[in-house]
Design a protein around this ligand. Structure first.
Ligand code: ZN
Length: 333
């Protein structure tokens, strides 16, 4: 199955060569990222959000919410929400936080999620754009709230709405929050995606809200009628030639240099988890993400909701994506 994703990513990269805007973005991406938005999406709508909001390479740094659940406070969602939000603080051109909800999600989910976004100290001062989206038509309406708002930004976002490709629920992608890497298209649309720092997912822990929510998500997904359940762990960096490394992986080479006190423990965790699969500590981000991918795969299998299906062939596969071209490779070149 990975081969089809690889082929599709190559075709898409070829198409990009005819798009002057994307070519320019790729040039900028080769030097770094400076996203304007932190985008918090439900797992099943993560890829579609980038399309519906026309967020192109470099526009949005991504965090993740488990669909059907309110976004927990940062301390109860350190990996899906807290970490990416803290990392986002370092971007100079940040302009706001966009939080999306599916049309059927309850008012209570919206209310509690926005409250927890507003309470994250690394997001303080940033306006929140809350959208309830109808993904079948590509329309959206604003959810009013009493935290900071940016009416100009809201109008700009609403003016760009477009209908997304269908979501292919056979595929779940784990990929970095990095604004330059987008989940790759699948044979039938765009995948569901968990976007975190380095694509990292922690081992199952019954006492942590995000862990419980993730486990329930996995349970529901495997119990659904889908014939295939494919999990792709996609690490990114300078694979297949030149390209900038994964910033989170790079930081994990020397976590003590991370000045943000709320971010440092997570970066340390990435290092500690990756080191279980390293003979000696990695000296570059490309080696680090290879080890981290193994840790992520092992962590996924610790969720009871996945464990029961662990014997399936090709349930979890690891792939690599070039940060700039977004071309996917099955094995490291
Ligand atoms: Zn990254």
């Amino acid at each position: 199955m990975i081969n089809r994703i690889v082929d599709l990513s190559e075709k898409l990269a070829n198409k990009k060569k005819d798009d002057p805007d994307l070519l320019e973005r790729m040039e900028v991406a080769a030097k770094g990222q400076s996203p304007r938005f932190l985008l918090i999406s439900p797992i099943d709508r993560s890829s579609q959000d980038l399309q519906v909001l026309d967020m192109r390479m470099g526009d949005a740094f991504h965090a993740t919410r488990v669909p059907g659940n309110a976004l927990p406070p940062a301390g109860e969602s350190p990996v899906l929400f807290g970490g990416p939000a803290s990392y986002n603080r370092g971007f100079l051109q940040k302009r706001g936080v966009i939080v999306t909800f599916d049309s059927h999600e309850s008012h209570e989910i919206v209310r509690e999620s926005l409250l927890n976004v507003s309470r994250h100290s690394d997001l303080s001062g940033l306006p929140i754009i809350a959208l309830r989206i109808d993904y079948s038509s590509g329309s959206a309406r604003l959810e009013p709230h009493s935290y900071g708002r940016d009416y100009e930004g809201e109008n700009w976002v609403l003016s760009r709405l477009q209908r997304p490709d269908p979501v292919d629920e056979d595929y779940l992608v784990l990929i970095c929050s990095d604004s330059r890497v987008h989940p790759p298209p699948t044979p039938d649309g765009v995948p569901m995606a968990i976007q975190t720092l380095g694509g990292y997912v922690p081992p199952y822990s019954a006492g942590v809200a995000e862990s419980q929510q993730l486990n329930e998500f996995f349970e529901k997904w495997f119990e659904s009628s889908h014939t295939e359940h494919r999990i792709l762990v996609i690490m990114h960096g300078s694979f297949r030639g030149d390209g900038p490394p994964c910033g989170a992986a790079q930081a994990s080479l020397d976590p003590d240099k991370v000045s943000n006190d709320r971010l440092r423990p997570l970066i340390q965790k990435l290092r500690d988890e990756a080191s279980r699969f390293e003979v000696s500590p990695s000296e570059n981000a490309e080696d680090r993400v290879v080890a981290l991918a193994s840790a992520i795969k092992e962590n996924l299998l610790s969720y009871p909701g996945i464990q029961a299906y662990s014997e399936r062939d090709q349930l979890i596969e690891i792939a690599f994506m070039n940060t700039v071209t977004n071309i996917v490779a099955a094995l490291r070149d």
